[in-house]
Design a protein around this ligand. Structure first.
Ligand code: AGP
Length: 615
């Protein structure tokens, strides 16, 4: 994880670096630091435990200034969050390194450096890199060459930014696994973990490839591939705009983003369907030049791969795909899929789901899929220039806009909308009955308005959340596609309120978890008017008769009445095809208000980061 940013300019870079860090805070926020080469060629560094704002405060009273610098916001992997573990790491007071990734062989490297007399100040894996570079450079080679030689010793994933006071006109970067982008300015150049970090200063970017090392001066950029040969990488003009990070009337981004869902859903649907058909919205082609429509006609099997909330979207889509088509669909978390041996399946379409498009496990799984062989790869993603979008044959973009809260909300519901758009195109390619297609379209068209109606329950859900302030555990129940909805509800609650929450298929309760039920255990469930409603109601009776307190979001037709141990919020009537999307929304609000009452850092919950770019 972690975010890195760097600049080499003719003007002071501290504010550019700080703004870059603020924009990268979604990647980690347990500590931050910055190093520059000063006008009199001194390496100056400032670090702080906590968020970028803490570093900013420290810098207000610091003389640190320079036109060449690197900076970092950290999500701890090796070594607790502490100032001494914050980057940049320094060797011999003259070389500084920022790193995103994990060095797998750091222990052996550390031991051999210690044997040579290097003293380690941190518990990080990164510190070996800076000492190795210092060791190489002190043998008389230039910084670029030193970094290239050190790379050969490193195993693992890394994006690096390196500066030395011996070379005040040089910023060296290297990439292997973790993302790194160069931003091109006039008489100044930049580096960042993503383009957002650099949008205030440039819109022209070069995406480094794995194995690349680059040397940036104020006027030049030289890139070398893994063999050390000079290479040219394409310059891309980005159309991305500086994200509107205005909270407006809202106290938290999460609340704002929950309320943005009707617009985000509408934007994801716009121009992608007519009254009777789905319009192709899948961009790209295979390396053999085959278009999406032909791939969908051929596909015999679908594999969805994702992490966290995106994985839950995949689980819901499996119910949809298998109930309406003859195409079997598997869904697996990327961290498992990437290490599981599987026979190549020539007619399998592999779909990765990701808000950020930078999740390391999902990217590694995509890499494995490409090596194993499949029919085609498609990503459903919210970031057009992300690694997943660039590395997949096809992409279908969600138009959720930037999601800042760590807990995913609008990205999730727009992923579900995108999955329905994909399903619609699959049905058309397989020449399914028009009736199915028209029903799907009709549900989608009603969706933004129905979500608006659900959001009107905001205050009622806030009231319900008061019951959760003192709770330590919660159970979420669902049946059919509402089971992954319950899983997502449980993830949201633990993520931001730190209440331990688990989700079960309601029918599974009697096989063990029922033992947990007593008057202290809140049980949250969603009860849309679907074919499994009666089964769910029987399961709820099992809970009630054991003294469990039920919190139910129910369709009026479910006829579940508010009583002593049943707290009911009545939901609007919804077509079955969109019920999973609609019923996800009240669970987001319930988690949000519980977290607000508990006083947690809703948008930046402890130990987490928005984009998980390490394994
Ligand atoms: C969502 O609330 C989480 N913060 C997390 O599970 C997230 O969905 C997961 O890390 C995957 O991220 P991605 O969608 O960017 O790949």
């Amino acid at each position: 994880m972690c975010g890195i940013v760097g600049a080499i300019a003719q003007r002071p870079v501290t504010e550019i670096l700080l703004e870059g860090l603020r924009r990268l805070e979604y990647r980690g926020y347990d500590s931050a630091g910055l190093a520059v080469i000063s006008a009199d060629n001194l390496l100056m560094r400032e670090r702080a435990l906590g968020k970028v704002a803490e570093l900013e405060k420290k810098l207000e009273n610091s003389s640190l200034a320079g036109t060449l610098g690197i900076a970092h916001t950290r999500w701890a992997t090796h070594g607790e969050p502490a100032e001494r573990n914050a980057h940049p790491h320094v060797s011999a007071n003259r070389i500084a390194v920022v790193h995103n990734g994990i060095i797998e062989n750091y222990e052996e490297l550390r031991e051999s450096l210690q044997a040579e007399g290097y003293v380690f100040e941190s518990d990080t894996d990164t510190e070996v890199i800076v000492h190795l570079i210092e060791k190489a450079e002190s043998q008389g080679i230039e910084l670029l060459e030193a970094v290239m030689s050190v790379r050969k010793k490193l195993r693992g994933a890394y994006a690096l930014g390196v500066i030395s006071n011996d070379e005040p006109d040089s910023l060296i970067v290297a990439r292997h696994g973790s993302p790194l982008v160069i931003g091109l300015g006039l008489g100044e150049n930049f580096i960042g973990s993503d383009i957002q970090a650099m949008l205030p200063v440039t819109s022209r970017f070069i995406y480094l490839e794995n194995g690349d090392t680059a040397q940036l001066s104020r006027h030049e950029i030289n890139i070398y591939d893994e063999n050390g040969d000079a290479v040219k990488r394409e310059i891309q003009q980005s159309t991305a705009s500086m994200c509107a990070s205005d909270l407006g009337e809202y106290r938290h981004y999460m609340h704002k983003e929950i309320f943005e869902q009707p617009q985000a859903i509408q934007a994801t649907l716009d121009s992608r369907l007519t009254g009777e058909s789905f319009i192709n919205c899948i961009v790209g082609e295979t390396s053999e030049g085959v278009a999406a429509k032909d791939i969908l006609a051929q596909v015999e099997e679908i594999q969805i791969i994702a992490c966290g909330t995106s994985y839950h979207a995949g689980l819901i889509a499996r119910y949809w795909i298998e109930s309406l088509t003859e195409v079997p669909c598997n869904v697996e978390v990327a961290s498992e899929y990437r290490y599981r041996r599987q026979p190549p399946k020539k007619n399998m379409l592999v779909i990765t789901l990701s808000q950020s498009g930078e999740t390391a496990d999902t990217l590694a799984a995509l890499d494995k899929v490409k090596q194993d062989g499949c029919l085609a790869t498609l990503t459903i993603c919210n970031v057009p220039e992300s690694s997943l979008t660039r590395e997949s044959d096809f992409s279908l973009m969600t138009i959720a806009g930037p999601e800042i809260g760590v807990a995913s909300t609008k990205a999730f519901t727009t992923q579900l909308v995108a999955l329905q758009l994909l399903l619609g195109q699959l049905l058309q390619a397989k020449q399914a009955d028009d009736k199915l297609i028209i029903e799907l379209i009709s549900g989608l068209k009603q969706l933004p308005v129905i979500v608006e109606q659900v959001l009107e329950h905001d205050k009622a859900i806030e009231k319900m959340a008061e019951d959760f302030i003192e709770k330590n555990n919660a159970l979420f129940l669902g049946r059919g596609e509402q089971y992954p909805v319950a899983m997502e509800g449980a993830l949201k609650l633990k993520e931001i309120s730190y209440i331990h929450a688990e989700a079960y298929p309601a029918g599974e309760l009697k096989h063990g978890p029922l033992a947990l039920v007593d008057s202290e255990m809140p049980i949250i469930t969603v009860a849309p008017n679907t074919s499994l409603l009666e089964k769910l109601k029987s399961n709820l009776e099992e809970v009630r008769s054991r003294g469990g307190m039920l919190y139910v979001f129910a369709d009026k037709a479910a006829e579940i009445k508010q009583q002593d141990n049943i707290y009911v919020i009545e939901m609007p009537a919804v077509p079955e095809s969109i019920a999973a999307i609609v019923y996800s929304v009240p669970l987001q609000l319930l988690s949000y208000y519980t977290a607000v009452f508990k006083g947690t850092d809703v948008d930046k919950p402890r130990n987490l980061a928005k984009s998980v770019t390490v394994e």
